[in-house]
Design a protein around this ligand. Structure first.
Ligand code: 13P
Length: 378
């Protein structure tokens, strides 16, 4: 078992040991192996380079990987039908924004967008490359499980994607049971190993939902538990830590808790979690916004960057980068330029927050509106 783990690609043992077997087999592996348990796959150097370039100072990720159904909800909020042409128009607005690459290093795309072009016939992937933004794919929204994941990753690599995202949801009010946490962690680790085998930097995202009335201490406890399991299985699967990125939720009280926490408190609890659980070999922590208002998400990120961190602490926001843009656009061609300007405003604000230099003084009322929805699904 030990030698197979070192020489075979991780994707060859999908059907192997299950998470709950861990106690039985881990000790012999440590006794027989004296070299570091890290896979040296053909893509290793490229993975490390890709992860490093996404985690570059003052930049973060634009997440526009909503499934067609979720994109439909965004479009419905401004009175548009969920047609392919409307989804294309919206993504075109976002991905052809000049200067976006000054603040955005990666864009997570839904499969439809990865293969789509502008109305003038230019591939969206090429629009991103011109801005030095790394295109990435989303592997979870049309999730078919781990079966076939290797060939899907290989296809996305051919199409220009260099990273992938897998999101697993953990709900605090629903438990979470020890079994649910193990299964979530194991699935994320298998996906990460398979993505790396096929040249894609895996973004590992166990989203701990904001839902619930629990205090911030409870969120920290659950998050510590989840990340301990995730890193245990990432190591078990010989994932190269220098070639991954994380997408955690910030540690906040439940959305229905009686007291709200300040950005300083959220930063203190979130950094405590990261320092306790995330090895410094990981290049970047790219937070999700999870229903926070645009301004809250930016303020919280800024508070986390007031001192040096061992990793690049940045953003991978969907709602907190798109809200004002959508409201400005309203589906009208004559509003495209103003909507692109609004995107640059948000992207720049988060870029400054990544550097710890953001001030909320000139924020609009729209940016202050919370976006939390109970039971939100992507
Ligand atoms: P939000 O920033 O809207 O929570 O999106 C997170 C996400 O996972 C999208 O990729």
């Amino acid at each position: 078992m030990a030698s197979m783990k070192l020489s075979a690609p991780a994707s060859q043992w999908v059907g192997g040991r299950k998470p709950l077997d861990r106690g039985a087999s881990i000790r012999p592996a440590f006794r027989r192996v004296s070299v570091p348990v890290v896979r040296a796959g053909s893509y290793t150097d490229e993975l490390v380079q890709t992860a490093k370039s996404i985690a570059s100072p003052g930049r973060g990720i634009l997440a526009i990987d909503e499934s067609n159904a979720t994109c439909g909800k965004r479009l419905a909020s401004i009175g548009l039908d969920n047609t392919e042409a409307n989804r294309q128009a919206y993504r075109q607005l976002l991905l052809t924004t000049r200067g976006l690459g000054d603040y955005i290093s990666g864009a997570i795309l839904f499969e439809e967008t990865l293969y789509q072009s502008t109305t003038d016939g230019k591939k969206f992937v090429d629009c991103l490359c011109e801005e030095k933004i790394v295109p990435g794919s989303n592997n979870e929204s049309w999730c078919q499980g781990l079966d076939g994941l290797a060939s899907r990753c290989a296809e996305y690599y051919k199409q220009g994607a260099r990273f992938a995202k897998w999101r697993t949801v953990v709900s605090i009010p629903c438990g979470p049971s020890a079994l649910a946490v193990k299964e979530a962690a194991w699935g994320l680790a298998r996906y990460a190993a398979i993505a790396q085998d096929n040249g894609l930097v895996p973004i590992v995202e166990p989203e701990i939902l904001l839902d619930g009335d629990h205090p911030i201490e409870r969120t920290l406890e659950v998050a510590e538990n989840v990340w301990a399991e995730v890193f245990y299985y990432l190591a078990e699967n010989n994932v190269v830590f220098e070639g991954i990125l994380l997408k955690p939720s910030m540690v906040t009280p439940g959305a229905e808790h009686k007291e709200k926490a300040s950005p300083e408190t959220i930063a203190k609890f979130t950094l405590k979690l990261l320092n306790r659980r995330v090895p410094p070999a990981v290049p970047g922590i790219m937070f999700l916004s999870g229903g926070q208002s645009e301004m809250e998400a930016t303020l919280n990120l800024n508070a986390m960057n007031q001192g040096p961190n061992p990793w690049h602490v940045s953003f991978s926001y969907a709602r907190a980068l798109q809200n004002t843009v959508l409201k400005t656009w309203q589906g009208r061609p004559e509003n495209v330029a103003a909507a692109q300007k609004a995107l640059l405003v948000r992207a720049k604000a988060n870029s400054l927050a990544q550097l710890g230099r953001y001030s909320a003084e000139s924020e609009s009322d729209e940016a202050k509106k919370g976006m939390f929805q109970k039971g939100y699904t992507y």
